[in-house]
Write a protein that binds this ligand. Structure first.
Ligand SMILES: CC(C)(O)CC(=O)SCCNC(=O)CCNC(=O)[C@H](O)C(C)(C)COP(=O)(O)OP(=O)(O)OC[C@H]1O[C@@H](n2cnc3c(N)ncnc32)[C@H](O)[C@@H]1OP(=O)(O)O
Length: 257
C-alpha cells in the first residue's frame, strides 16, 4: 500500500510506519490521520504482524496538528464534525505500538506518541504541549494522558507555559521508557517490537489491555480484570508450552493458540 504522508515497511513480524511530511515537520493534517488509521487498521488485521513501530524523521516525530489546516476552523465546524476525534483510533489499536521519537514531538505530536504503548526517545527528542502559545489547549489527549504519565505538577507546567522538555527530563518524568543515541533509535524500537511479537499473541494483547485498563478504572476493578485475564490464559496452548519449556529447560515454541 502506498501513502502520500507515510512510509510503511515490515521487518519480520514488525510493521514500521514512518510519518513523512518532511517540509512541514510531519505536521498532522487530515490526510495523515486518514492514512495512519488506515495503515494501522491494515496491520491490525494482518496475522503476520505482532507489533508496530511509529516514527518520524530525525528532526521531528511530529510538530503537532497542522496549524495551517486548523487556522480557519470555526467553532461550529469543529464541534459538529468532532474535529480530530478520529485520532483516537490510533489509541484503540489492540496490537502493541512503540513510538520511536527523535526531534520535536509537540502538541498533537506529543499526544500521538502518548497514544502509543510506550515511547523510546533519541537523545535529541523534545516534548511539549505548546497549544497555549496559539491560543488553544491540547485537543488530542495531552491534558489527560500527559497528566497520567508525568503527574499534575509537570503537566500543568508544560500545558500552561508551552515550554519543551528534553529527552532526559521526559525520561525522569516517566513519559519515556528509554533513551538511545539517534542512530540507534529505529533498531532499538524494532528490536523491542520484535521481542514483543515473539511472545504469545493473546498474552501480549491481554498484557496491553490490562495495563491500559489501569488508566480507566478503580484499583479493585483493575485487579479483578487482570486476574480474569490471567485465569483465561490457562486455556491457551502457549501457557502449557511456555511453562513446560521452562521446566524442561528448553526454548518455548509458541503457536499463538
Ligand atoms: C492537536 C492539538 C489540538 O493539540 C493542537 C496542536 O497540535 S497545535 C500545534 C502545536 N505545535 C506547535 O505549536 C509547533 C509549531 N512549530 C514550531 O514551533 C516550529 O516549527 C518548531 C519549533 C517545531 C521548529 O522550528 P524551526 O526549526 O525553526 O522550523 P520552522 O521553520 O518553524 O518549520 C519548518 C516548516 O514546518 C512548518 N511547520 C512546523 N510546525 C508546523 C505545524 N504544527 N503545522 C503546520 N506547519 C508546521 C513551518 O511552517 C515551516 O514550513 P514553511 O512555513 O516554511 O513552509
Amino acid at each position: 500500500m502506498s501513502y502520500e504522508t507515510l512510509l510503511t515497511e515490515t521487518r519480520g513480524a514488525v510493521a514500521i510506519v514512518t510519518l513523512n511530511r518532511p517540509k512541514a515537520l510531519n505536521a498532522l493534517n487530515s490526510t495523515v490521520m486518514t492514512e495512519l488509521t488506515d495503515a494501522f487498521a491494515g496491520f491490525a488485521k494482518d496475522d503476520a504482524i505482532g507489533a508496530i513501530v511509529l516514527t518520524g524523521s530525525e528532526k521531528a516525530f511530529a510538530a503537532g496538528a497542522d496549524i495551517k489546516e486548523m487556522q480557519s476552523l470555526d467553532f461550529v465546524d469543529a464541534y459538529v464534525n468532532d474535529f480530530i476525534s478520529g485520532w483516537e483510533a490510533i489509541a484503540s489499536t489492540r496490537k502493541p505500538v512503540i513510538a520511536a521519537v527523535s526531534g520535536f514531538a509537540l502538541g498533537g505530536g506529543c499526544e500521538l506518541a502518548m497514544m502509543c504503548d510506550f515511547i523510546i526517545a533519541s537523545e535529541t527528542a523534545k516534548f511539549g504541549q505548546p497549544e497555549i502559545t496559539l491560543g488553544v489547549i491540547p485537543g488530542m489527549g495531552g491534558s489527560q494522558r500527559l497528566t497520567r504519565a508525568v503527574g499534575k505538577a509537570k503537566a500543568m507546567d508544560l500545558v500552561l507555559t508551552g515550554r519543551m522538555m528534553d529527552a532526559a527530563e521526559a525520561e525522569r518524568a516517566g513519559l519515556v521508557s528509554r533513551i538511545v543515541a539517534p542512530e540507534r533509535l529505529i533498531d532499538e524500537a524494532v528490536e523491542a517490537a520484535a521481542k514483543i511479537a515473539s511472545f504469545p499473541r493473546a498474552a501480549v494483547l491481554m498484557g496491553k489491555e490490562a495495563v491500559a485498563r489501569s488508566f480507566e478504572t478503580t484499583l479493585g476493578e483493575g485487579l479483578r480484570f487482570e486476574r480474569r485475564l490471567f485465569h483465561s490464559l490457562f486455556a491457551t496452548a502457549d501457557q502449557k508450552e511456555g511453562m513446560a519449556a521452562f521446566v524442561e529447560k528448553r526454548k518455548p515454541s509458541f503457536s499463538n493458540r
